[in-house]
Design a protein around this ligand. Structure first.
Ligand SMILES: *Cc1c(COP(=O)(O)O)cnc(C)c1O
Length: 391
């Protein structure tokens, strides 16, 4: 058999990670066992010291979870992956594994709200400082780096304005200052973007979004080099215990099998919707990296193989017009979740960004007329038809 790294992503997504048992099963089994039996007292001792491979306890290794880890590592072109109970647990593990009191983090302003709170409120409580910068302002990233900066953290494209970070430039910048680059690859997934191949050191995921793809389970993952995982992340997983359940790993494994196809379909529906929105008189601006009008369209084209399924747009008439449009829909789901086969619609100013002050919201570019759509896989004419009602 070829080495997994030699297969194309669509093949890895289906074939990598399943080591068929003596039963010859074709589908990956769910190993619902908390512990494992050793052959002898000596075997137990060897496994506990790590001198012999093999499972000990499902807090840190389980065959179904391992299959998911192996598959996602191959797809991200990383040495190793560890699965976690949620995306936030994965981000927490990166911080717990790598940071100590006195360290510093530089983070994009445009990251998931709980990621901001994690660095500011929780790591901050233990003497780690964090500065927030504009995602696409390379000079601001450089100016924020100190001698005690441990890593840079970002999401690209950003949510909800779909700004793009230059991953290669930021990786070079991080390495020139002796720090690491961490990329939350939730929006693109490895089907569209491989941050490690562009120079990033660590990829984190919320598997809850596109990896599941059908809104069923909560999970997360960290992908990095053997050295980073073995030295910093695995010891924390083993001790911290925010483990992914075997059942969830099994759901995510089947999610990965269709990820490539789904992402292509999300991209083509999103592009068609963005182009239609651009022609509507009530819409003043459409944010989608696939549009030639997007300020970083060329950069997106150079580091992504598709432009993703998230769109935002601005309506004339502020909050009233935005709420009217949302309430006129009959099919779209009014929910802040994303990455689902079902199209979802949100008003960021009063939901995901509602706790920010009006000034902070304005600084983040979240206007009252802004609407975000996670474009699903329904027929594009039905998605457009549902939005046309309120326009
Ligand atoms: C949802 C999300 C997270 C958090 O993941 P959970 O699985 O909900 O804990 C982190 N980053 C991004 C970009 C997300 O969209």
């Amino acid at each position: 058999m070829k080495d997994n790294q030699d297969y194309a992503l669509a093949t890895q997504a289906i074939r990598t990670g399943h080591h068929r048992s003596h039963e010859g099963e074709h589908s990956i089994p769910i190993f619902t066992t908390s512990s494992y039996v050793f052959k002898s007292a000596e075997d137990a001792a060897l496994r506990f010291t790590g001198k012999s491979p093999g499972n000990i306890y499902s807090r840190f290794t389980n065959p179904t979870v391992s299959a998911f880890q192996e598959r996602l590592a191959a797809m991200e072109q990383g040495d190793r992956c560890l699965a976690f109970a949620s995306g936030m647990a994965a981000i927490m593990a990166v911080g717990m594994g790598l940071l100590k009191a006195g360290d510093h983090v530089v983070c994009s302003r445009g990251v998931f709200g709980n990621t901001v709170l994690m660095f500011q409120n929780y790591f901050g409580k233990f003497g780690v400082s964090c500065d927030f910068v504009d995602l696409s302002d390379l000079a601001a990233w450089e100016a924020a780096i100190n001698s005690n900066t441990r890593f840079l953290f970002l999401e690209t494209p950003s949510n909800p304005l779909t700004e793009i970070a230059d991953i290669r430039a930021l990786a070079d910048l991080a390495h020139a200052h002796g720090c690491l680059l961490v990329v939350d690859n939730c929006f693109c997934t490895p089907a569209l973007q491989k941050p490690l191949a562009l120079g990033a050191d660590i990829v984190v995921h919320s598997a809850t979004k596109y990896i599941d793809g059908q809104g069923r389970c909560v999970g997360g993952a960290v992908v990095a080099s053997e050295e980073i995982i073995e030295k910093h992340i695995y010891p924390y997983l083993r001790t911290g215990g925010a483990t992914m359940s075997p059942f969830n790993a099994w759901v995510f494994l089947s999610g990965l099998e269709t990820l490539n196809l789904r992402m292509q379909a999300h991209c083509s529906n999103a592009l068609a919707l963005a182009e239609w929105l651009q022609q509507q008189a009530a819409v003043t601006k459409v944010h989608y990296p696939g549009l030639a009008s997007h300020a970083q369209h060329e950069l997106a084209k150079s580091q992504q193989s598709g432009f993703g399924g998230i769109i935002s747009f601005e309506l004339r008439g502020g909050k009233d017009a935005a709420w009217r449009l949302i309430d006129a829909t009959q099919m779209l789901s009014i929910t802040a979740n994303l990455g689902d086969v079902k199209t979802t619609i949100t008003h960021p100013a009063t939901t995901t960004h509602g706790r920010l002050s009006p000034e902070a919201r304005a600084a983040a570019g979240i206007s009252d007329g802004l609407i975000r759509i996670s474009v699903g896989l329904e027929a594009i004419e039905d998605i457009i038809g549902d939005l046309a009602r309120g326009l």
